[in-house]
Design a protein around this ligand. Structure first.
Ligand SMILES: Cc1ncc(COP(=O)(O)O)c(C=O)c1O
Length: 461
C-alpha cells in the first residue's frame, strides 16, 4: 500500500496547492435548559422485550391490503372477495432492521433527547455547518467498530459509495495536472458483477469523467478476477465488492480476495452494508469474522440496516482517504448531512448492538431454524428464493400476503430477467415459531428439499 499512500498524498498536496483541500468544521450546539433530567446512561437488555416485535409486526387495514393485492398485476385479475377473512396484521420478512434496533428504547430515547435539545438540524452539508459533536462521536464509534483509523459519515449508504468512488477517480485527474489522465494513468476498477447499484453508479461516474477503466468479474469468481488482474498493466488498481450480497444473500470470498490483494497489491474496498452489526463477535462485519480488518483498506457501510436508523459511512484505513473523500466526494460535499437526532440514535444503536450480543445469536439461530426446516443451502439472514418469471414471483408474493406475511417480489432491474425472486430477510426479532409458520406458508408455493425428503420417507413407510 506504500504507493497508494504516496499517490493519495500527492493528490492531497495538489488539492492544497489549488486551495481545494476541505475540512469539516465541528460546531457545538447550545443546549436550552432542560425541564427535567434525561435518564442517565444507556439502557441495555439481556433478551427480547415486547417492543422488539414492533420492528417485524405491521398492521394494515383491510382496504389497504386489498389495494396492495390489486395493484399487483395478475393474469386472473382476481381480488379478495367480500367474505374472505383477511387479518390486518402482517409479519414483516422484508425489512433490513436485522437486529430489531429501530424500536430499542435507548435508540428512541437518544433520538428524542437530541430532537428536544437541538431540533432537527444540521441545516447544511458537513463542510458548511452540518457537522456536530454528535456526528464526530458516531464517526469515532464506527471507526472503532471497523478497526480503522478514521471514518466519514455520508447522508446515506448510497451516497457513501458514490462519494468514495468519485473521490477515488479524482486521484487520476489530480495527478494528471491540467489534462485528462491517459489510459494508463486512470484507475483500474475491478467490480463484482452483482455489486450494489450505488457501486455501479459510482463507477459509472468515474468512468464518464475518464478517470477510470472498469473490469467486471463474474460473481465471486476469483479465477476470473485473478486473470483480469494479471492481464492489466495499469498501476492504480482497486477491487470493490459487496461483502454480503443484498439480493442473493451470499458472501464475497473475502479470504481469497485478501490473498489476491497480497499477490497483486490492489486497494481492497468492501461494501459491508448488510453484514455490519450482524456478522462477527462484536458486529464488526465480514472482516471481523475472517480477522482480516487490516487487509481491507476501505469499509463502506450504512446505518439504515442493522442499526435501524439512516445514514452511510466510509471507514478508512488512513485519515488521508477521509481528507480526500471530504474534498472530492461529490455526494458527501453537495448533500446535507444526517440530522442530529439520527446521528444520536445511530450512535446509541451501534453501542447497544455491541453490548447486546444476544441479538446476533438470535438472528443466526433464525437462519439455522430456516435451514433445518427447509435444508436449503442458505448462508445468511438474506434468503433468495428464485422463482423465475415476474408473474410467478408476483403470484408467490401475493400468496404470502394472503397468508399474513410481507415478503416482496424482487424484479428487474434489481435482478436479471427470469431470475425474479422472493427476498426474505430474517431478524433477531423473529421467533422460531415465526420461521415455522413462514416455511409452512412458503411450502404451498415452493418445493423445499427437506419437505421433499420427508415426503419420500413418508411414502416409503
Ligand atoms: C449493498 C448495499 N449498499 C448500499 C446500500 C444503500 O444504503 P442506504 O439505504 O443507506 O442508501 C444498500 C441498500 O439497499 C445496499 O444493499
Amino acid at each position: 500500500m506504500a504507493s497508494w499512500d504516496h499517490w493519495v498524498e500527492a493528490a492531497l498536496s495538489r488539492l492544497a496547492s489549488k486551495k481545494l483541500l476541505r475540512s469539516t468544521r465541528p460546531i457545538s450546539v447550545p443546549l436550552p435548559p432542560s425541564p427535567r433530567d434525561p435518564p442517565e446512561g444507556l439502557e441495555t437488555f439481556d433478551g427480547p422485550r415486547h417492543w422488539d416485535r414492533s420492528s417485524v409486526e405491521i398492521e394494515i387495514e383491510e382496504t389497504t391490503l386489498r389495494e396492495w393485492l390489486n395493484e399487483l398485476p395478475s393474469p386472473g385479475g382476481e381480488f379478495i372477495g367480500e367474505d374472505e377473512k383477511v387479518g390486518g396484521k402482517l409479519l414483516l420478512f422484508s425489512g433490513n432492521d436485522y437486529l430489531g434496533l429501530s424500536s430499542h428504547p435507548a435508540v428512541r430515547r437518544a433520538a428524542a433527547k437530541a430532537a428536544q435539545e437541538v431540533g432537527m438540524g444540521p441545516r447544511g452539508s458537513a463542510l458548511i455547518c452540518g457537522y456536530t459533536n454528535y456526528h464526530r462521536r458516531l464517526e469515532a464509534s464506527l471507526a472503532d467498530l471497523k478497526k480503522k483509523e478514521d471514518c466519514l459519515l455520508c447522508p446515506t449508504g448510497f451516497a457513501a459509495n458514490l462519494a468514495f468512488l468519485s473521490a477515488l477517480g479524482s486521484v487520476s485527474s489530480l495527478l494528471a495536472v491540467g489534462r485528462k489522465p491517459s489510459k494508463d494513468e486512470r484507475i483500474a476498477i475491478f467490480s463484482d458483477a452483482l455489486n450494489h447499484a450505488s457501486i455501479i453508479d459510482g463507477i459509472r461516474l468515474a468512468e464518464q469523467r475518464q478517470e477510470a477503466e472498469v473490469f467486471v468479474y463474474r460473481h465471486c469468481d476469483m479465477s476470473h478476477l485473478n486473470a483480469l488482474l494479471s492481464c492489466c498493466k495499469m498501476e492504480k488498481k482497486i477491487v470493490i465488492t459487496d461483502s454480503l450480497f443484498s439480493m442473493d444473500g451470499d458472501f464475497a470470498p473475502i479470504r481469497k480476495l485478501v490473498e489476491l490483494r497480497k499477490k497483486h497489491g490492489f486497494l481492497l474496498a468492501i461494501d459491508d452494508a448488510h453484514a455490519t452489526l450482524v456478522c462477527g463477535e462484536n458486529g464488526g462485519g465480514v472482516p471481523e469474522v475472517h480477522e482480516c480488518e487490516n487487509d481491507v483498506d476501505i469499509c463502506i457501510g450504512t446505518l439504515s440496516k442493522a442499526a435501524g436508523c439512516q445514514g452511510g459511512f466510509i471507514a478508512c484505513s488512513s485519515n488521508k482517504w477521509k481528507k480526500l473523500i471530504q474534498s472530492r466526494g461529490r455526494s458527501f460535499i453537495f448533500s446535507t448531512s444526517i440530522p442530529v437526532p439520527i446521528a444520536a440514535a445511530a450512535h446509541a444503536a451501534v453501542t447497544v448492538a455491541r453490548k447486546e450480543k444476544w441479538r446476533r445469536i438470535a438472528i443466526w439461530s433464525r437462519v439455522h431454524d430456516f435451514y433445518s426446516l427447509t435444508q436449503l443451502n442458505i448462508t445468511s439472514p438474506i434468503i433468495s428464493l428464485i422463482i423465475g418469471t415476474e408473474e410467478a414471483a408476483l403470484s408467490a408474493s401475493r400468496h404470502m400476503l394472503k397468508s399474513g406475511f410481507h415478503v416482496t417480489a424482487i424484479r428487474p432491474p434489481t435482478v436479471p430477467p427470469n431470475s425474479c425472486r422472493l427476498r426474505i430477510t430474517l431478524s433477531a426479532a423473529h421467533t422460531s415459531e415465526d420461521i415455522r409458520r413462514l416455511v409452512a406458508a412458503l411450502s404451498g408455493w415452493i418445493q423445499f428439499p427437506a419437505l421433499e425428503q420427508n415426503y419420500q420417507i413418508a411414502s416409503k413407510m
